[in-house]
Ligand binder design. Structure first.
Ligand code: PRP
Ligand code: URA
Length: 212
């Protein structure tokens, strides 16, 4: 795969350790949910390191000083429903003032094509840094369509965060949206005949919400 400075593989030991627990089929819903949130927070720490700052005046108990705070419009976190919802609280723990939009997509079980059923974004979306999140980047169809939809609404400064990706998905997303910075917790081997990531962790939505 072509390497690009637009794709960041997050190889921090804490992220890798937590992903390994996620993969285990015996990890229950409660722990799974908690880990997805923690990984999202660790990934967010890296993904948000270029947020713009501006100096503001603050009075400390000692004196008045100019000190940096995050500037501009509040961040927009946009989970792809359902599984992306599991990552929202982890990012909100870092940026509690962020706004949250939602994009509803599901993959057709036969064609694996994504179908849109919901889109609500915080305005003015064109002035915000947007973090799209979904734990799984498999064929890349859902991420590509979600970002196309955000761009149609005016979104410009877009980052995509996932926990596990397949090489096909990273390639497809990067080719479709070369301006989007992609953050990947772990790059897995391949997709199987059902377009599931191998070794992966199974169906992320089902494991987060306890459905089957
Ligand atoms: C899963 C996952 C992604 C998508 C990835 O969602 O959360 O959104 O599949 O696959 P892709 O890269 O091949 O598009 P799913 O469609 O199963 O919906 P759900 O989150 O509601 O379970
Ligand atoms: N969606 C998931 O939840 N898991 C996969 O492995 C692929 C798509």
């Amino acid at each position: 795969m072509e390497m690009s400075e637009k794709i960041t593989y997050l190889n921090h030991p804490l992220i890798q350790h937590k992903i390994s627990i996620l993969r285990n089929k015996n990890t229950g819903t409660n722990e799974f949910r908690q880990l997805v949130e923690e990984i999202a927070m660790l990934e967010g720490y890296e993904a948000l390191k270029d947020l713009p700052l501006e100096d503001v005046e603050v009075e400390t108990p000692i004196e008045t000083c100019m000190t940096p705070m995050i500037s501009g419009r509040k961040l927009a976190i946009v989970p792809i429903l359902r599984a992306g919802l599991g990552m929202v609280e982890g990012i909100l723990a870092l940026v509690p003032s962020a706004k949250v939009g939602h994009i509803g997509l599901y993959r057709d079980e036969v064609t694996f094509e994504p179908h849109e059923y919901y889109c609500k974004l915080p305005n003015p979306i064109e002035e915000r840094t947007i973090v799209v999140c979904d734990p799984m980047l498999a064929t890349g169809g859902s991420a590509v369509d979600a970002i196309t939809m955000i761009k149609k609404h005016g979104g410009k400064n877009i980052k995509f965060m996932c926990i596990i990706a397949a090489p096909d998905g990273v390639k497809k997303l990067h080719e479709a949206h070369p301006d989007v910075q992609i953050y990947v917790g772990h790059l897995d081997r391949c997709l199987n005949e059902n377009a599931y990531i191998c070794p992966g962790l199974g169906d992320a939505g089902d494991r987060i919400f306890g459905t089957k």
